[in-house]
Design a protein around this ligand. Structure first.
Ligand code: DMJ
Length: 564
């Protein structure tokens, strides 16, 4: 009530009646009113002036925790000429670290998967520019390569609605009863590997059943005089053959040598020892053979059991054979002594005969052709940084530190192969001859097809060293992928990484979802997300289920171990 009386009194001069004679003592005359009006307008002008000319405090509030804020404060101090009264700026906050939870990488997966689902559902792969399905002859008429390859990435990134849609498609449509020739290696690493890891992660029986069913379809590939399998197999007739271009009808080291992990798991999950026997026999054949300089040639004839051409590579045609020797030992809880010895002996021979340093000090792994070196390193070879780091801990004779250094040097060289291009993406192969270092010189080696190997190595190096440069390098790759490979309909490879604008090849490879995006996600995740002491990744980045020490008979529990 008191307030109301005060209000009335204050307002009276402005609400008084125009009849001056009857004006109360509180009324004003015209001149007084004019003066009051002047004072009032001056006050209003001052207020507006303050709004326009004083520092913008709202900006300060909004940016209180950012770099821009700091700059703004400094600018304002300089403008107002009162820099001496402003206290010295606090030390700058640490640079914004890459997104550690990698929500960014998960959103890349959403775009890649969403586009595949929209434009190519059920096909093997997506053509992201023309927005339609794409089928490579590696899978014959088996369908859904991207669905099976991406299953575990969806699960790991907690995209469960998408994972359920994929499971539904697999239950209803994934069919191996096809009269078609497939690549035994590709079907094994992508389909068998993808199904096995989906089983270990989710515990869904359909994945175990389909993996074993497909494994059984692949067994006829081993019907050769030596038991070294054919590269190609007709799934209906069980007739196999080798690639017509492979030296004298040979099988390929990286193909027959990259069945071991999956087949050991198939025996365990099916109770059928055939799978394990077939891959252990491959070892036997290899161990009977003389190896030039301790090296494994890429070609081996499955009829005669003799080497073909003496070409050796840690990249294409050789790569994952070495990887599977090491991982077989790790997966056996370090009981597979034969695998261990074969791996470290082979690595020693590679170091002696293939590993070289360029004149500016970049370490690379060359290719070996009958004793002569070709000073070229493939993008595929870049996985070796991660492999060597993974094995360094068990290296014989105090070589752990030395192997970690080698791994770090390979990672640096592979990063340079990206950094020296216009698009900041790595070429298919780069050379160290003719005055160049880590640069592709041939037109047909300048393409980038969304391959994972360099990011794979960053991921392993990050986990073992926690050196922030590996996350920085990974983030550079993310930015380049977003800028040059992302299109409305997904992600595409590019034809020339040295061209200033990307020329898209219109293929979104299934390994982009299986490997590249998964390794990126893990690079920015905590170490206990799929810890290495529990899980071993197959060569297509499919985590194969906990090693003996962590094993439980209930696969659903295995998936729970992930989140603990
Ligand atoms: C993948 O299919 C596998 O990583 C394989 O071992 C070799 N290369 C491709 C991806 O580059």
């Amino acid at each position: 009530a008191i307030m109301r009386n005060w209000d009335v009194a204050t307002l009276l001069p402005f609400t008084a009646t125009p009849n001056r004679k009857s004006a109360s003592p509180t009324s004003f005359r015209l001149t007084e009113k004019f003066i009051l009006l002047l004072v009032f307008s001056a006050f209003i002008t001052l207020c507006f002036g303050a709004i326009f000319f004083l520092p913008d405090s709202s900006k300060l509030i909004n940016c209180a925790h950012t770099h821009t804020c700091l700059h703004l404060q400094q600018d304002m101090g300089a403008e107002s000429g009162c820099s001496n009264v402003i206290p010295p700026p606090p030390p700058p906050p640490p640079p914004p670290s890459p997104r550690r939870d990698c929500a960014g990488c998960a959103s890349m997966m959403k775009h890649a998967w969403g586009s595949y689902r929209r434009y190519a559902w059920g096909s093997n792969e997506l053509r992201p520019v023309s927005k339609q399905g794409h089928s490579s002859n590696l899978f014959g008429s088996i369908k859904g390569a991207t669905i099976v390859d991406a299953l575990d990435t969806l699960y790991i990134m907690e995209m469960f609605e998408e994972f359920d849609a994929a499971t539904d498609w697999i239950e209803k449509n994934l069919d191996f009863n096809v009269n078609a020739e497939v690549s035994v290696f590709e079907v094994n690493i992508r389909f068998v590997g993808g199904l096995l890891s989906a089983y270990y992660l989710s515990g869904k029986e359909v994945y175990r059943r389909k993996a074993v069913e497909l494994g059984e379809k692949l067994l006829p590939a081993f019907k050769t005089p030596t038991g070294i399998p054919w590269a190609l197999l007709n799934l209906k007739s069980g007739i196999g053959r080798n690639w017509p271009w492979a030296s004298g009808g040979s099988s390929i080291l990286a193909e027959y040598g990259t069945l071991h992990l999956e087949f050991m798991h198939l025996s365990k999950l099916s109770g059928n020892p055939d799978f394990a026997q077939k891959v252990m026999n491959i070892r036997k054949v290899l161990n009977r053979l003389d190896k030039p300089q301790g090296l494994y040639p890429n070609y081996l004839n499955p009829n005669s059991g003799q080497w073909g051409q003496h070409h050796v590579s840690v990249g294409g045609l050789g790569d994952s054979f070495y990887e599977y020797l090491l991982k077989a030992w790790l997966m056996s809880d370090k009981t597979d002594e034969e695998g261990k010895k074969m791996y470290y002996d082979a690595l020693q021979a590679i170091e002696t005969n293939l590993m070289r340093k360029s004149s500016s000090g970049l370490t690379y792994i060359a290719e070996w052709k009958g004793g002569l070196l070709e000073h070229k390193m493939g993008h595929l070879t870049c996985f070796a940084g991660g492999m060597i780091a993974l094995g360094a801990d068990g290296a014989p004779g105090d070589k752990t530190g030395h192997q970690m250094e080698q791994a770090a040097e390979i990672a640096r060289t592979c990063h340079e192969s990206y950094a020296r291009t216009a698009l900041k993406l790595g070429p298919e192969a780069f050379r160290f001859d003719g005055g160049v270092e880590a640069i592709a010189t041939r037109q047909n080696e300048k393409y980038f097809i969304l391959r994972p190997e360099v990011i794979e190595t960053y991921m392993y190096m990050w986990r073992f060293t926690h050196d922030p440069k590996y996350r920085e390098w990974g983030w550079e790759a993310v930015q380049a992928l977003e800028q040059h490979c992302k299109v409305e309909g997904g992600y595409s490879g590019v034809r020339d990484v040295y061209a200033s604008t990307p020329n898209h090849d219109d293929v979104q490879q299934s390994f982009y979802l299986a490997e590249t995006l998964k390794y990126l996600y893990l690079l920015f995740s905590d170490d206990d997300h799929l810890p290495f002491d529990h899980w071993v990744f197959n060569t297509e980045a499919h985590p194969l289920g906990p090693k003996t020490s962590a094993r439980t008979s209930d696969p659903v529990c295995l998936s729970l171990q992930l989140s603990v």
